[in-house]
Write a protein that binds this ligand. Structure first.
Ligand code: MTE
Ligand code: HPA
Ligand code: MOS
Length: 767
């Protein structure tokens, strides 16, 4: 089935926050963010701004009618800075004016005196000073301290990954409309409608039932709107509540880039030990997460780094420690993979270091250590592993040996152009690691004309979840998909939603839709049995017709609904789903946190221009564990998008803060994301067909985040290409591998270089 939004997307008719028709009298807000990363506010002057044309009011912490606090996991994040500022861009005031232009002009008139304090941007420095968001977390399996003695080879090193800007096409924003008797209706570009409802309730002082959060769809979230939509919603809601007028704020791109958190940069240490047979016997890692100035989701992200610190491998002795380090940067937040990619990069770096030192290909170590069914993850869950199956199907289907030969020939024949190859296995756990978040609800209304409305807690952000929800309803009810309409995500129709995140949205909400529709079908069958004077067991509903003992009757869907209505049978159902069988004890760091894992393997091939350091990712060939995909077009789109986003993180996207905590890569002119020219010419995706039952909706495994991690292969492919040119290059494990870093590595240790080489053949690569 086609994505139900494809037609309106292409025609420009899909409605986003900024397309909602304005209510008369709507005012526009713009936040004034701190110009300094760390300090004490001595004096704030908003009078000049308030005197500007069109300005209605400049709000500060003094105007907050509830609590000046939006921290979710830890209450450490004020809505408005009151005394201290902790990062550049931290909201200090909120200008509300008659037009967006008026508000923006007035913001420039605000002045603030801040007494500067020491600015920390480096997580290791923060850790050394004891600046931690939460106490360190540890995951352990076996006993590394005794295991080193069994190791033939031991390697140690550091591995760093940088942050990543979400760059959702639709920037953050919210629109609050006061309702009678103090209620507030909010449109918000959020992945977490209930999180927004809670934040607005807390900051306005109104109970949650007074606050409706309605989400039509997002122009992308990628984790950036799981928690960080709360700020803008709380600002407009407090303003609307105080001024009794609708207030809207839609951030400009540069504001969004400067004021919102990103993927967490990590700096990590590793130690890996292998036996004679290249089995990994022991692995130790210490992760320093750059959390930014407040907790946000950092503790949960930190934990997922530990959950994925051994990626697709079985390691019998593991000791992993993770620090969430408080720095003076905007609070970093969820980003596709949620800390998992950062954890996986480090073990891949450890394996690469071992392989480079032993002068073997990393894939030899990777393959030997793939996790098998029954092996234990460091957090206690036993694997039901597709890792070997994906790996072997990848190497056979894409003829890895032939690719290697072709690359070897190429590298022999070309002096100034080198190819590199890497394999990247991925193993990603599906479920919120916080068990209680794994629940969802759905509300289904059948109308007497045969049409159906479905509401769930799922937020459509381009990942196609609404299409999947529609498919579930149509299939369970056995009706044409045109009869089903997916409604917006409203906290008044569906309460206590978990954010649409953790790749689990379709599983959780889809199961709830399935339960609701199952119940309605049961009810309708009873009605049909009564009308047709037969047993319920004899009735089936198929393709909009009632069958008795597989014989088609003259009762169709619409007639059946009318009959049910006439008999005063409810045609509405609200259902609740909670993932069964999962649990996790965060203190012991043991349990069975995931409903299942998604597996896959990618082969990444790259070509480096050894004169200029620029490169091309030529192709990515994947075998991916879909379970049984319920929508191959959407799932393919998720894989392609995830891969390109992963490539961007690993190769070109460079978040740069200076030592004063100011974001230098604050626009698309200074922050490079993949464009169509950076997309590999070939992205081959083959399914690993697995028939086993699983907890996914219709056995169609979650697909949102796992493919991003195939992109990690690009980093190691580039490394291998560099080493083909300069085998003695010392290359730090420091992603992204930008062309500048490639160039430095190509010529590391070389004092002169002659281009006057008769055998040189130059292959132009994409610039
Ligand atoms: N795809 C699109 N087009 N837009 C998005 O914002 N977010 C990703 C992924 N794919 C995203 C996306 C992230 S971070 C997650 S967790 C999942 O989609 C969330 O949706 P799901 O749970 O339905 O997979
Ligand atoms: N994944 C994504 N988002 C989350 C999670 C998780 O495990 N936990 C809380 N928010
Ligand atoms: Mo995705 S990072 O779980 O929103």
């Amino acid at each position: 089935m086609k994505n139900i939004d494809s037609r309106t997307h292409v025609r420009g008719e899909s409605v986003y926050l900024d397309d909602i028709p304005l209510i008369q009298g709507t005012l526009f807000g713009v936040a004034f963010g701190s110009p300094m990363a760390h300090g004490v506010i001595r004096n704030l002057n908003v009078a000049d701004a308030e005197a500007m044309p069109g300005v209605v009011r400049v709000l500060t912490h003094k105007d907050v009618t509830g609590e000046n606090q939006i921290g979710g996991i830890i209450p450490d994040e004020p809505l408005f800075a009151d005394h201290h500022v902790h990062y550049v861009g931290m909201p200090i005031a909120f200008v509300v004016a008659e037009t967006d232009d008026d508000a923006r002009a007035a913001v420039k008139k605000i002045t603030v005196d801040i007494e500067p304090l020491r600015v920390i941007t480096d997580p290791r420095e923060a850790q050394a000073l004891g600046e931690l968001i939460i106490p360190p977390k540890h995951f352990r399996l076996g006993d590394t301290s005794t295991a080193w003695a069994q190791c033939m080879h031991i390697f140690e090193g550091c591995a760093d990954t940088n942050g990543q800007e979400h760059l959702y096409i639709e920037t953050q924003g919210a629109y609050a409309i006061p309702q009678e008797n103090n209620g507030i209706k909010l449109y918000s570009s959020t992945q977490g409608p209930t999180a927004v409802q809670r934040a607005v309730s807390r900051s306005s002082g109104l109970p949650m039932h007074q606050i409706e959060v309605d989400v039509i769809r997002l122009g992308g979230g990628f984790g950036g709107k799981e928690d960080q939509a709360n700020m803008w919603a709380a600002l407009v809601a407090v303003a609307a509540h105080v001024l009794k007028k609708p207030v809207k704020y839609s951030l400009h791109r540069m504001e969004d880039m400067a004021m919102t958190g990103k993927r967490h940069p990590y700096s990590s240490d590793f130690k890996i030990g292998l036996d004679n047979d290249l089995k990994i016997i022991a692995y130790e890692a210490t992760f320093y997460q750059n959390a930014g100035a407040a907790a946000d989701l950092s503790p949960a992200v930190l934990e997922r780094t530990l959950f994925h610190c051994t990626n697709s491998y079985y390691v019998p002795n593991v000791s992993a420690t993770a620090y969430s380090c408080r720095t003076h940067l905007p609070p970093n937040t969820a980003f596709r993979g949620f800390g998992g990619p950062q954890g996986m990069f480090v073990i891949e770096a450890a394996i690469a270091k071992a392989a480079e030192s032993l002068r073997i290909d990393a894939s030899v170590i990777q393959e030997k250590n793939l996790i098998q069914t029954g092996d234990e993850f460091p957090f206690g869950q036993k694997a039901e592993s597709e890792a070997p199956a994906c790996w072997h199907k990848t190497t056979e289907l894409y003829e890895l040996n032939a690719i290697r030969e072709r690359i070897a020939t190429f590298n022999n024949e070309n002096r100034l152009s080198k190819k590199g190859l890497a394999l990247m296995p991925v193993c990603f756990g599906i479920s919120f690691t916080n068990t209680r978040m794994n629940q969802a609800r759905a509300l289904v209304h059948l109308y007497t004309d045969g049409s159906v409305n479905v509401s769930t807690g799922a937020v459509e952000m381009g990942q196609g979840v609404n299409t999947k929800m529609l498919q579930v309803a149509a299939q369970v009810l056995s009706i044409r998909s045109e009869r089903v309409k997916l409604l917006t995500t409203s906290t008044y129709r569906i309460a206590s939603t978990s954010p649409s995140a953790a790749s689990a949205t379709a599983d959780l909400n889809g199961r709830a839709v399935q339960l609701a529709c199952d119940e309605l079908v049961k009810r309708l069958k009873t009605v049909a049995a009564g009308e047709l004077q037969t047993d319920v067991e004899a009735i089936t509903l198929k393709d909009e017709w009632v069958y008795v003992n597989d014989q088609k009757t003259d009762w169709d869907w619409e007639r059946l609904l009318m009959a049910a209505f006439s008999k005063r049978v409810s045609l509405s159902e609200h259902a609740h789903y909670a993932t069964p069988g999962i649990h996790f004890d965060p203190i012991a760091a043991k349990g069975h946190p995931f409903a299942y894992h998604v597996y896959g393997t990618a082969i990444v091939e790259t070509t480096v221009d050894c004169l200029r350091g620029i490169y091309e990712i030529n192709n990515i060939k994947v075998v991916h564990d879909f379970g049984v995909s319920m929508n191959t077009a959407i799932d393919r789109g998720q894989i392609e998008g995830g891969i390109v986003q992963g490539l961007g993180w690993m190769t070109m996207e460079e978040v740069i803060f200076d030592k004063t905590g100011r974001l230098r890569s604050n626009a698309l002119s200074t922050y490079k994301v993949p464009d169509i020219y950076s997309v590999p010419d070939e992205i081959a995706i083959e399914a690993l067909k697995t028939e086993q039952d699983n907890l996914a909706i219709f056995r169609s495994k979650a697909v949102g985040e796992p493919p991003l991690m195939y992109g990690i292969g690009a980093y190691f492919a580039l490394r291998n290409a560099i080493l083909a040119f300069n085998p003695t290059a010392r290359i730090p494990f420091d992603a992204p591998m930008t062309p500048e870093k490639v160039l430095l590595a190509l010529y590391d240790g070389r004092t002169s270089f002659s281009t006057n080489d008769q055998t040189a053949s130059y292959v132009a690569v994409n610039s």
